[in-house]
Ligand binder design. Sequence first.
Ligand code: IPD
Length: 260
Amino acid sequence: QIIRKALTEEKRVSTKTSAADLVTETDHLVEDLIISELRTRFPSHRFIAEESAASGAKCVLTASPTWIIDPIDGTCNFVHRFPKRLAITVSIFGIHSWIAFGDMEMMCTGSHRQTPQRGLGQCGGGQRLCLGAPKNLSKALVLTEIGPKRDPATLKLFLSNMERLLHAKAHGVRVIGSSTLALCHLAAGAADAYYQFGLHCWDLAAATVIIREAGGIVMDTSGGPLDLMSCRVVAAGTQEMAVLIAQALQTINYGRDDEK
Ligand code: IPD
């Protein structure tokens, strides 16, 4: 309700790590609400959340039960109302993971287990997730996000990664403005792969559970196991596709969430 109401109102926008890294009072309001509700129910649990981290809270993942929260993923879309109904999400990872879309009409869910259980992730009113499974890059629809850095060296690498996939005859490379939303599109079979440098653990945590429960692969851009704090990811419907994407990419260094 808070997000829906704020969508049509004037917003107070500030910047964080770069001029393209935006935050509004609604991001703070939603994060505070989610944390205070969860804290009432689970007083001993820990929290990692985007705006708390921006205010200096450390992102340290321990063995203790931890909720990882992005109050609005796609804040730039939210600020520009692009497009009003669908291009933002609220992402909560924990005992159960939820990703709610901007219009709150569609929600993806998954449960945190040691071993992901295929077929249990759901999107929109109980609809089973169904990942696409093309075998090679040609004909694949690939999603990515730009990340917050805009210095010439980073932009050159970002564009050259896109170019490599287009040279490999991918059908398209799309940037929709929300990492979590893009990962949900992958989980729902609307795209074949996703990669990004410069996203954060709160963009990725809940979506990783949902993609894995849909039978998909989430890995590091080096081709190794996913490291939630490493600010980079490749995800795909199949291991084969994820490896092909990882092999095509040049690394863009964004540091680690747990070292900021
Ligand atoms: C960002 C968005 C953006 C992506 C960044 C994310 P925010 O999240 O998903 O598309 O490029 O890497 O951090 O700031 O809107 O929550």
